[in-house]
Design a protein. Structure first.
Length: 166
């Protein structure tokens, strides 16, 4: 698998996003085993952008690990600082997921077209269902006057007025 090279602006964005990430894979003394490659591949499928911690002391050996990971997983190296490596590989959507996204998009497009058909008969402008407001028909009677015995001051909860009983 070949990794696609990242532009400097993409690399900058991925470095910023990776700053808050925790390492999801740790490479120990055994090095880059097939199990570790499989775990890196699974993590890239799940997250796209991952951080890896390496136990290797020598910087040259870590660079070799970076190139092996890039070559075997198809991920692009974003950053290598100390014992931390950051890799990015875009997700490949499965066919069922792509179909579901297209289906949802067409449903949204149909709803938008239906909304556009609703027009005010006088002005010809589109009418939104959200603009319609319901007018309250509640009557205020003497038996239940509106509550005015509470005073709210800035930064306080509702407090009763002093010397007033209900």
């Amino acid at each position: 698998m070949n990794s696609t090279p990242l532009t400097p602006s993409e690399r900058k964005e991925f470095r910023a996003r990776a700053h808050q990430l925790e390492p999801v894979v740790m490479i120990g003394e055994a090095g880059l085993t097939p199990g570790v490659i499989k775990e890196i591949d699974r993590s890239l499928n799940a997250h796209e952008l991952i951080k890896i911690r390496v136990a290797e002391v020598d910087r040259a050996a870590r660079e070799i690990l970076c190139s092996q990971i890039s070559r075997e997983t198809g991920a692009a190296k974003v950053q290598h600082i100390g014992k931390l490596l950051v890799f990015y590989r875009p997700r490949v959507l499965e066919e069922s997921v792509v179909f579901d996204v297209v289906k949802r998009t067409s449903r949204v497009a149909k709803a938008a077209a239906k909304q556009a058909k609703r027009r005010n008969p006088v002005s010809g402008r589109p009418v939104s269902a959200r603009l319609k407001t319901k007018v309250s028909t509640r009557k205020v009677t003497a038996a239940h006057p509106p509550r005015t015995d509470r005073v709210r001051k800035s930064g306080q909860r509702s407090v009763k007025k002093p010397y007033q009983t209900r």
